[in-house]
Design a protein around this ligand. Structure first.
Ligand code: ATP
Length: 237
């Protein structure tokens, strides 16, 4: 009873000159799961997200989202994929609502009042609707960044190191929102170099290093098999 894959990678490879940023990655991501791609800096996580979302052109192999080739059908891909970048990138002089409306305009979609309310509600930003984004706390800014990626109601949400450089308390708080989105039916793929983040959030974990996908496993099984200490050691190598 395995649900159909939302994301299918087949031999996905990206080279920059002599450097292989992604090395023949083959992977299925299932509907409704949180998949964590765990790996150190420079492992190829951002490149993988770029290839899947159509922003980076692979050297070889294919990436499909909902059965569509993300390179050949990048316009359709864009409509079903939500992308949360590492860096906060909204206008400090916009309000929360303006930020979301502007993003919807950018996507060419009409943001209904109902959808706007849904996003604000899911991210507990309703009370800040009319606040300027520069007045938001760090956690709220991170949540608004996620909200921006939701305006066109994507089927799969990619978060690129959503809590990099964020303190522990705030990180835990953000996890709550990521789970909430998954519980509401969005498939979530996140990259991280924090083991505890993968452990806290993921249904399945993929470990990537130097462009190679080293293993993919159910989180629970991986934790049982390796134990935290071993996993940490493997990552530190
Ligand atoms: P980080 O955690 O630092 O974001 P990452 O796992 O996301 O790391 P990538 O950003 O995908 O890793 O980078 C993988 C490798 O590809 C790195 O060695 C990086 O320097 C290299 N790389 C990425 N983009 C380019 C580019 N446009 N030109 C040349 N090399 C690149």
């Amino acid at each position: 009873n395995v649900p159909p894959p939302v994301v299918e990678l087949d031999g996905l490879t990206k080279r920059y000159g002599d450097l292989t940023a992604l090395d023949a990655v083959t992977l299925d991501i299932r509907a409704g799961e949180i998949f964590a791609l765990l790996g150190p800096n420079g492992a190829g996580k951002t490149t993988l997200i770029g290839c899947v979302s159509g922003l980076v052109i692979p050297t070889a192999g294919t990436a499909r989202v909902l059965g569509r080739d993300t390179q050949r059908e990048y316009r359709e891909t864009r409509r079903v994929v939500g992308l949360v970048p590492q860096e906060i990138n909204f206008d400090p002089f916009f309000t929360v609502e303006e930020t979301l409306r502007f993003q919807a305009g950018y996507f060419g979609v009409k943001l209904s009042e109902a959808r706007l309310a849904e996003i604000l509600d899911a991210l507990d930003l309703g009370r800040k609707r009319k606040a300027g984004t520069r007045e938001l706390s760090g956690g709220m800014k991170r949540r608004l960044l996620i909200g921006k990626a939701l305006v066109h109601d994507p089927k799969v949400l990619f978060l690129d190191e959503p809590t990099a450089g964020v303190d522990v308390e705030l990180r835990r708080d953000l996890w709550k929102y990521v789970r909430r989105l998954r519980d509401q039916g969005t498939t979530v793929v996140l990259t991280t170099h924090y083991l505890e983040e993968a452990e806290a959030l993921a249904d399945r974990i993929g470990m990537i290093d130097r462009g190679k996908l080293l293993l993919v496993e159910e989180k629970a099984a991986l934790m049982r098999r390796l134990g935290r200490r071993t996993l940490r050691l493997q990552l530190a190598e």
